[in-house]
Design a protein around this ligand. Structure first.
Ligand code: XMP
Length: 509
């Protein structure tokens, strides 16, 4: 494995991704990692990430200098390189000319790190400080117009430093440089595959759980489904999944889940129909945040009541992903706001004295998808678009009634069917319909109608933090609109949302 020490760079997840793309396991650790823990991890190489600080700032992040005595190769990137040079007795100072963005890298003394990298190649810089003097044993390897020490190396001790960012797309040969570090310098083997990972995790779960029981809240999304199947493969019927039908799900969602998990995968599923428990307190509520609060609270109550009936449950399993973990531990505290809390049964483990199992906590979303496929989940489940915990409640704008939910459900089913058929389901981040709280006049069969309006929303995005409206073909939009108005009673107008995030959000509420 490779350990990335996180000095707060916005790119450190990208470094981990790149390493894993080469089938080498990689883990991000905070700078204050205990040296004994680092030794137990037994990394084959250490990457010191970049970061926004200057090494001379009082509170700039540091890691133990003992990492330089482990005999393990170290690659410092940007601030990580400056930290290494400074720690080993070299000099770092404010650069005369700060360098941001594109620069031409001239490789003067290639060495193993620059195998198969041309003599001149573009690189991407972002720094205010620069190296002024190298520690003993180091020599310069590459330069840019403004930076004589754009790459440095002490091949004897296997220490390398890059002032530029090899992990970003704007450094086209960056992947090759990282590859050289992993395989030619650290001697890693590309054997970290999802199949191997699944095998390891399943064995681990079996050992942790022993003969005890595990409960899990199954939502129908990718993360909880993959978590459930992994644990099921490890301990079979010792796992009980609780699927709460809150009455706010998509058409046939409950039946589909039962069919797959209960009948097909033979898992132990408790299906709790709690429609009225959710819809009663939601009656007349139109404020979106109030809706979320009510749904979150009822979910906890329903889940807890069901969980209590499962005797000798010792563990609660959750589909927490790696970005959530990194964000909460990052050197500079990440944007925790993207972690949604309503579906988080976070209070439960303490209250019920449950221990947590989070088998996906080292994976990124696309890795979870690969893992899901590797353990046999069907492709259409693995590639589901995100669906918000409060479900259709925040897509029925205004008052939530069974009737309005039923209208939206039919519309949503048509939309998804058409988007899939046109090959856009995987191309967009999310595509859904919103039922508006206003009516408009129409004419159907020579008769005046006064009915509901549906807004269609489809966005492209990488992480839901920003999004753009999807440029769906007009023909497709026309077909969807036609079908909705013809097939769903109570709708006489369809509009398409052409706002991006920011300043709008993806959901309407
Ligand atoms: P917004 O609307 O904030 O949505 O641009 C960003 C992403 O989060 C989803 N979303 C939610 N997910 N509970 C959830 O589990 C919520 O309350 C919630 N609100 C929004 C939304 O679908 C999008 O993917």
């Amino acid at each position: 494995m490779i350990v990335v020490i996180d000095f707060g760079s916005q790119y450190n997840q990208l470094i981990a991704r790149r390493v894993r793309d080469y089938k080498v396991y990689c883990q991000i650790e905070p700078p204050d990692i205990d040296i004994e823990r680092l030794k137990t991890l037994n990394p084959q190489g250490i990457i010191l990430s970049g970061g926004p600080s200057s090494i001379y700032e009082k509170n700039s992040p540091r890691t133990t200098e003992e990492i330089f005595s482990l005999g393990v190769p170290v690659l410092g990137i940007c601030y990580g390189m400056q930290f290494m040079v400074h720690a080993l007795g070299g000099g770092v100072a404010k650069a005369e000319k700060r360098e941001y963005g594109y620069a031409q890298l001239k490789v003067e003394q290639p060495g193993e790190l620059f195998n198969e990298v041309p003599g001149t190649t573009p690189c991407w810089m972002s720094h205010g400080d620069s190296i002024t003097a190298l520690p003993d044993g180091f020599s310069p390897r590459a330069a840019t117009d403004n930076t004589p020490y754009a790459a440095v190396a002490d091949p004897k001790r296997r220490f390398y430093g890059l002032q530029f960012h090899p992990e970003v797309e704007h450094t086209p040969k960056g992947k090759q440089i990282l590859k050289n570090f992993l395989f030619d310098i650290c001697g890693c083997k590309p054997n970290w595959t999802m199949k191997a990972f699944a095998k390891e995790v399943i064995a681990e779960i079996r050992e942790t759980v022993g003969n005890k029981s595990v409960i899990l809240g199954l939502s129908g999304g990718v993360d909880s489904s993959v978590t459930a199947l992994l644990i099921h493969k490890a301990i079979g019927k010792q796992l009980t999944c609780i699927f709460v039908d809150n009455g706010l799900l998509r058409l046939n969602e409950g039946a589909r889940m039962k069919k797959l998990f209960k009948q097909h995968l033979k898992m132990n599923i408790r299906y709790v129909n709690a429609t009225d428990q959710f819809l009663n307190p939601l009656a007349g509520v139109i404020d979106p945040e109030k809706k979320r609060k009510i749904i979150g609270k009822v979910f906890m109550d329903v889940f807890e009541a069901e969980a209590k009936t499962i005797t000798d449950a010792d563990f609660l399993a959750q589909g927490t992903l790696y970005p959530d973990i990194i964000e909460s531990q990052s050197a500079f505290g990440g944007p925790t706001s993207i972690i949604k809390s309503h579906h988080n049964v976070g209070g439960l483990p303490k209250k019920m004295k449950l221990k947590l199992i989070e088998p996906l906590k080292f994976l990124f979303k696309d890795e979870v998808r690969k893992l899901g496929l590797a353990i046999g989940l069907p492709e259409d489940l693995v590639w589901r678009q995100p669906f918000p915990g409060p479900g259709l409640a925040i897509r029925v704008i205004g008052e939530i009634t069974k009737k309005r939910l039923s209208v939206l459900r039919k519309v949503d089913a048509i939309l998804i069917e058409e988007i899939r058929a046109a090959g856009y389901y995987k191309k967009v981040w999310q595509s859904f319909a919103v039922l508006l709280p206003i009516k408009s006049v129409g004419v159907m069969g020579d008769k005046r109608t006064y009915e509901n309006i549906i807004a269609l929303r489809a966005v492209t995005s990488k992480d839901a933090m920003t999004a753009d409206w999807a440029k769906l073909p007009h023909k497709l939009l026309g077909r969807i609109s036609n079908r909705i108005i013809n097939e769903v009673n109570g709708v006489n107008r369809v509009v398409y949302d052409i706002s991006s995030k920011p300043p709008s959000t993806i959901e309407w509420e």
